[in-house]
Design a protein around this ligand. Structure first.
Ligand SMILES: C=C(O[C@@H]1C=C(C(=O)O)C=C[C@H]1O)C(=O)O
Length: 440
């Protein structure tokens, strides 16, 4: 099929993010980075998917083909054509529950997109295929504009749905055994670090409104990346949604400027500002957490080095979120030659913030230990454009919902002096970000 692409945008008077998302069709898309435009996508004008270890290259090739013949009037940079999506954590396919509908990689070019940018709100209509033509897209744009501008006010944000039942994939004893076995491998010199995760399935008391949750997460976690990814609707199954608010950037590329960072090492929030400060200081001084963190920072620098003419590391500091505090080191680089952002995504994923060291042994330990499929949890989510620039986050503080069950994921870095009880508590703390939006 010839991949002719047509894209048209106009400014619109802004209905709220929640009103637009509530009215969007599946597959719905949300992407919102701190201090950047927020995007809501409705439907798919085109979809590219890939599986297996070559999935990064396959997506890049498909994107290049899609963007190769564009008739684009975007009006503003934020509304230029972008593909939104992500990857599975592991290179082999994800078919365990609740990931049945999620391929190894999937990106969507939204059919209708609303972009909340610094210079106003933009409505975009896209079409792809042999029949795509400017006239039809402009007509659709006029119709969509009328529809969007007359969307009803959605009223107050709904209460959390409530949780009637929780099922853990990992019993406490199994967790202790898994962490202890990993610590033994580390002591034996087989492994330096491994990130072990758990899943928690929450059966809900009433319907979940993903738009309402994402809206509230925007208020509670303004410094996080919010995302929503939906697989192709399937008539035989209720729609699945993967969403979250993650503090971790994997990598952004614009021109030759690369922005990334190490985020690893965790403590809680205090009851008072003084207690917060005390916990932050303790985290900065804690040998175990600093070690766990530095393995991540070093590895990111090593992975970037082959691409870069320079790599710069900022000061290690504390990133304070509503429920946790993390050690964070900003890292920037300048590329030696132009690269596609997916080459950097492939080189960096998974960093030892979510995988471990050495990478192959850590992945094997994860597979042997975790009794569930990570699916897209802890994997790259973000966007790419026609220039090969893009921005990716690590899909943490995330959940998959389908029907009346929402499955949450959270993990912790295990190093030589890890204690299973403390690591268990840290997993529960990381669940809070989303569990607070589900429990009454
Ligand atoms: C693995 C997760 O978080 C990662 C692990 C951290 C840690 O071990 O301290 C901190 C932030 C993230 O890099 C998660 O949230 O599920």
């Amino acid at each position: 099929m010839e991949m002719h692409l047509v894209s048209r945008s106009v400014p619109v008077s802004a209905p709220s993010f929640r009103a637009v998302l509530r009215a969007a069709d599946a597959p719905r898309t949300v992407w919102s980075a701190p201090d950047k435009a927020t995007v809501v996508g409705s439907g798919a004008a085109a979809t590219v998917t890939a599986d297996g270890p070559d999935r990064f290259d396959r997506i890049r090739e498909a994107a290049e083909e899609l963007f190769s013949s564009g008739d684009v009037h975007a009006g503003t940079e934020a509304a230029r054509p972008r593909l939104f999506g992500g990857f599975a954590f592991h290179a082999d396919s994800t078919d365990g529950s609740p990931w049945e509908d999620f391929p190894g990689a999937r990106f969507v070019f939204p059919r209708v997109q609303v972009t909340y940018a610094e210079n106003g709100t933009w409505l975009t209509v896209n079409a792809v295929g042999p029949d795509a033509n400017a006239e039809a897209v402009e007509e659709r744009l006029a119709r969509e504009r009328e529809r969007i501008e007359s969307l009803p006010d959605p009223g107050p944000v709904s209460d959390p749905p409530g949780v009637v039942h929780r099922r853990r994939t990992t019993a406490k004893d199994d967790w202790n055994a898994g962490v202890n076995a990993a610590v033994e491998r580390i002591s034996a010199g087989d492994l330096r670090k491994v990130v072990l995760a758990q899943a928690l399935a929450a059966d809900l008391a009433s319907d979940l409104s993903v738009p309402d949750i994402l809206d509230r997460l925007g208020d509670s976690y303004p410094d996080c990346y919010r995302f929503l990814v939906e697989p192709e609707p399937d008539a035989d199954r209720p729609q699945a949604s993967f969403f979250g608010a993650t503090p971790e950037r994997l990598v952004s590329l614009r021109g030759r400027t690369v922005e990334t960072g190490a985020l690893a090492g965790t403590t809680g929030r205090g009851e008072t500002p003084a207690e917060d400060e005390w916990l932050a200081r303790e985290l900065l001084d804690d040998e175990k957490n600093v070690h766990e963190h530095e393995l991540v920072a070093e590895t990111i620098r090593d992975q970037l080095a082959p691409f870069a003419s320079s790599v710069n590391t900022g000061d290690r500091c504390v990133k304070r979120l509503a429920t946790v505090q993390h050690l964070w080191t900003p890292i920037t680089a300048t590329l030696a030659t132009s690269e596609h952002v997916l080459s950097l995504v492939e080189a960096l994923h998974p960093t030892p913030a979510v995988g471990g060291l050495p990478p192959e042994k850590a992945l094997e330990t994860i597979r042997d230990t975790e009794p569930f499929d990570r699916g897209w949890y802890a994997a790259p989510v973000g966007w790419i454009d026609a220039a090969g620039y893009g921005s990716f986050a690590v899909a943490l503080r995330s959940a998959v919902s389908r029907d009346d069950t929402t499955t949450l994921f959270a993990g912790v870095g295990v190093v030589e002096d890890s204690d299973p009880d403390r690591e268990w508590d840290e997993v529960q703390l990381k669940y809070r970000a989303l569990l607070d939006e589900l429990e009454r």
